[in-house]
Write a protein that binds this ligand. Sequence first.
Ligand SMILES: Cc1cc2nc3c(=O)[nH]c(=O)nc-3n(C[C@H](O)[C@H](O)[C@H](O)COP(=O)(O)OP(=O)(O)OC[C@H]3O[C@@H](n4cnc5c(N)ncnc54)[C@H](O)[C@@H]3O)c2cc1C
Length: 424
Amino acid sequence: MEQVRPRVLIIGAGFGGMAAARALRRTRVDVTVIDRNNYHTFQPLLYQVATAGLEPGDIAYAVRGVFRKQKNISFRLGEVSEVALEDRFLWMADGTRLHYDFLVVASGAETNDFGVEGVSQYAFGLKSMDDAVRIRNHILLQFELCNSRPELVKEGALTFVIVGGGPTGVEVAGALMELFNHVLRKDFRGFTGDPARIVLVEQGPRLLPSFHQRQGNFARKKLERWGVEIELGVRLVRVESDGCVREPGGRIDTKTVIWAAGVRGTSPRGFGAVPVLSGGRFEVSGNLSLTSHNEVFVIGDLAGARIGDSLLPQVAQPAMQEGRHVGNEIRAAVRKKESRPFKYRDLGQMATIGRHAAVVELPIGLALRGYPAWIAWLFLHLIKLIGFRNRASVLVNWVWNYFTYDRTARLIFGSPRPGEPSAK
Ligand SMILES: Cc1cc2nc3c(=O)[nH]c(=O)nc-3n(C[C@H](O)[C@H](O)[C@H](O)COP(=O)(O)OP(=O)(O)OC[C@H]3O[C@@H](n4cnc5c(N)ncnc54)[C@H](O)[C@@H]3O)c2cc1C
């Protein structure tokens, strides 16, 4: 008689969940990957969808397609609402109950508003494909509205405030400036001068705080040369429907605040007893399991894994390496082999600022800036995308954008028409 195979449930088809599932493809377990979306999102390029550089389909890939040939892996679309740790099952939002022998929680992170009033109501987060498309629609719509009613420019309709001087804020600011200067300025010939403003607000003393000071200075000089107004040492304290308030500096009239100031781990209910560390991360043991439940593993943005005394950053490399490790841990447990502690391999960090400008830092102490760093950034992001079609499509778009400065993705979908209230 065939033995019943252990059942592994993975919550989340992000970088961590996908890596864990892949690592289990040759293990005698039945794996179900669960996600509220039927696709994996390549979040590092979300900002290009938000700024009309790429289409959503270029940076998303159907999860069923990824695992088509892996017989022990299935996918389930839906929201996990609660986990019952003691009884080893989880509840889906539709009321279904799923049992597990091993659980991998890779549900990622959500926008952290740090308690600032009005952020959840009026600011745009950039954590999902829906967020990116919403931002794109809204930005393009502001230009259309101002084209019909130029007086709206004075009310801040073409003032775009980006909060957070980390890699996401810098990338959004650079890409928006390129969209305005090279595309929308030509599309909307009726505007006089430079009506669009981009204000990048960072509460710390410099941009790109996780990078070396010289890299942050480089990013600042580049963005300022392109026309971005950078406000360092400035905190946003309130977001309203038609403006935001910063300290120091007072109010700016704007219809667009893009919140790139940070994230915090997110999970279904049921983990109330698990200690939570900074960034909303769950405390995990050395092999990434919960100390109270060694059959439950937490990875990615939700995991409080450490390198020495510091928590690992909430970026893709830790998530992928943790996913692989947890896959190996489950295989070891099934084969009654010894558990091993997770060891992180630092591969460095990179961020792009815009055309011909990026920063790269490698753990061997090598730091690159400008054109070589930009080429390295382009190459790495291209090869990390899932699927040949996506890589080919992104490459074609990038080459097209590079030579023509065109943005074919500047389309408004599912938004109000000009004259009607904005989507946000
Ligand atoms: C705009 C942006 C730019 C970034 N740029 C970079 C970069 O340049 N380099 C870098 O290394 N990192 C970057 N990151 C960070 C990186 O994308 C994350 O660290 C990484 O995605 C974390 O992987 P994860 O598996 O923990 O979570 P995610 O990739 O976020 O995946 C979580 C998945 O879980 C699903 N999910 C969550 N809750 C539930 C639930 N209750 N039920 C069902 N499904 C659920 C979500 O739909 C999602 O698919 C960026 C992130 C953002 C948002």
